[in-house]
Design a protein around this ligand. Structure first.
Ligand code: GTP
Ligand code: MG
Length: 171
């Protein structure tokens, strides 16, 4: 068949936000892992959509590994940034990390799409994706297309909408 266009994606966000759970859910059912453990360093994963073949660098969000992120900015064509919507206390840390990446020389002024998942929307303490968007001041991002989707990675809800948007941005 036709070879799908390959896209390199970086999956970023604080530890425990649900990055690995999200990427796992995007794989075909028989390729999904049953137990998800905190990522050490990073892990390279693949999934496909109707027209694209995604290679994802699923980075660890733990503080001690966050300095690895910037080494992968140069080669990425899209970013998935995951936020735990129920962890309002650490949203200021997520904002700091986001602001640092947005001003990094390897990403600044590049029109690469950023898909935000306001994840864990199933939890009682979760705030809305609109609230997450305000707390992270996403409206200030002017040089990159971005979208925020509420998601529940355990049930797989909200993931497809996000990936459909990403696919449209890349074509
Ligand atoms: P690091 O690899 O340490 O950076 O974390 P991560 O962002 O990859 O998080 P991971 O996918 O390992 O998920 C962390 C925990 O959150 C796990 O216990 C998941 O089951 C749980 N989790 C992930 N997504 C959701 C969600 O949408 N809702 C709920 N309730 N729990 C979730
Ligand atoms: Mg992980």
């Amino acid at each position: 068949g036709l070879k799908k266009k390959e896209v390199h994606v970086l999956c970023l966000g604080l530890d425990n936000s649900g990055k690995t759970t999200i990427i796992n859910k995007l794989k075909p059912y028989n390729a999904q892992a049953q137990d998800i453990v905190p990522t050490i360093g990073f892990s390279i994963e693949k999934f496909r959509t109707s027209s694209l073949s995604f290679t994802v660098f699923d980075m660890s969000g733990q503080g001690r590994y966050r300095n690895l992120w910037e080494h992968y900015y140069k080669d990425c064509q899209a970013i998935i940034f995951v936020i735990d919507s129920s962890d309002v206390l650490r949203m200021v840390v997520a904002k700091e990390e986001l602001d640092t990446l947005l001003t990094h020389p390897d990403l600044k002024h590049r029109r690469i799409p950023i898909l935000f998942f306001a994840n864990k929307m199933d939890l009682r303490d979760a705030v809305s994706s609109v609230k997450v968007s305000h707390l992270l001041t996403l409206e200030n991002i002017k040089d990159k297309p971005w979208q925020i989707c509420a998601s529940d990675a355990l049930k797989g809800e909200g993931l497809q909408e996000g990936v459909d948007w990403l696919q449209d941005q890349i074509q």
